[in-house]
Ligand binder design. Structure first.
Ligand code: PLP
Length: 285
């Protein structure tokens, strides 16, 4: 059975799933997206992801392409058709197809909607979590509204590639004040030498990760000390642990930043426990 995608009202073989050349997502990055994890056939945090999609659409003044219940149906049908047990559902909505012009087209075209599903390699991801990853810091040169989950990801693409070119796995963006904002596709956390968890406040400088919120609640529930504030790169170098959170990577330990070992250079107990706890939470539904 081949992969199936959903494009503007139709389920089609993935290889034949296409959008128009004047789709504004393609020409102008005028669109938004969401990535939702699937574990044991269940969507993880569907409601907050769809709430965030709604917020992103409202921020860009793009209409919902279908009703919210219809999108829920499409996602489930796509999972069924792809027999997805463990993986990711990607959904993208753009302002639609129109003659190329920067201003919003008038009248507004129908927004384009694409939904895809793909399996995750659980064994490979666990191996990565067991070894931890290296990250490189890069200047945060993104626009001022990265709290909106738009498909305009070129700085993130270049940051990730710069990290890979230097032998690391991901990049951590650092703002002009020298504080870490987030990773190229995840939120950034540290555990200080005193055992305090620190992650940046969710303002316009980062995407408010759904995984970040769940982990935040887990941490509070366990009575661990947590500070929601910016932290410097120097603090990160001196941290006992570091990790990133996202729907696709869950909680992933960071063991090296800019070539310096974090803590003892191995995944730490806090990140490891939070990852385990997240799986329990996801499997409970
Ligand atoms: N920050 C950025 C820039 C991201 O692209 C992502 C996810 O793609 C996140 C943070 C984490 O968000 P979530 O936990 O909702 O996946």
């Amino acid at each position: 059975m081949g992969r199936i995608a959903y494009v503007n009202g139709r389920f089609v073989p993935h290889a034949q799933a296409t959008v128009h050349i004047e789709d504004r997502g393609y020409q102008l990055a005028d669109g938004v997206y969401e990535v939702v994890g699937v574990r044991d056939g269940k969507l993880i945090d569907e409601v907050p992801h769809i709430d965030r999609l709604d917020r992103s659409l409202r921020e860009l003044r793009i209409a919902w392409p279908v009703s919210r219940p219809t999108l829920g149906f499409i996602v489930r049908e796509l999972m069924r058709r792809n027999r997805l047990r463990d993986g990711l559902v990607y959904m993208q909505v753009t302002r639609g197809v129109a003659r190329r012009d920067h201003a919003f087209p008038s009248p507004a075209p129908a927004p384009s909607v694409v939904v895809t599903a793909r399996p995750l390699n659980k064994a490979r991801n666990e191996a990565l979590a067991n070894s931890g990853i290296a990250v490189m810091s890069v200047p945060d040169n993104r626009w001022g509204r990265v709290d909106i989950k738009t498909v305009g990801l070129l700085p993130n693409v270049l940051a990730r590639q710069a990290a890979i070119d230097q032998g690391a796995r991901d990049a951590w963006f650092v703002d002009q004040a020298g504080t870490v904002t987030e990773a190229s596709s995840a939120n950034a956390w540290i555990v200080t030498a005193d055992g305090i968890l620190v992650t940046r406040r969710a303002d316009h400088a980062i995407l408010r990760g759904i995984t970040r919120t769940v982990v935040f609640d887990e941490v509070k529930g366990q009575g661990l000390a947590i500070e929601e504030r910016a932290f410097t790169l120097a603090e990160a170098y001196a941290a006992r642990e570091a990790f990133i959170t996202s729907a696709s990577q869950i909680v992933l330990p960071v063991v090296r930043i800019d070539g310096r070992s974090i803590g003892d250079g191995k995944p730490g107990p806090v990140a490891t426990a939070l990852r385990r706890e997240f799986y329990r939470y996801a499997e409970a539904g």
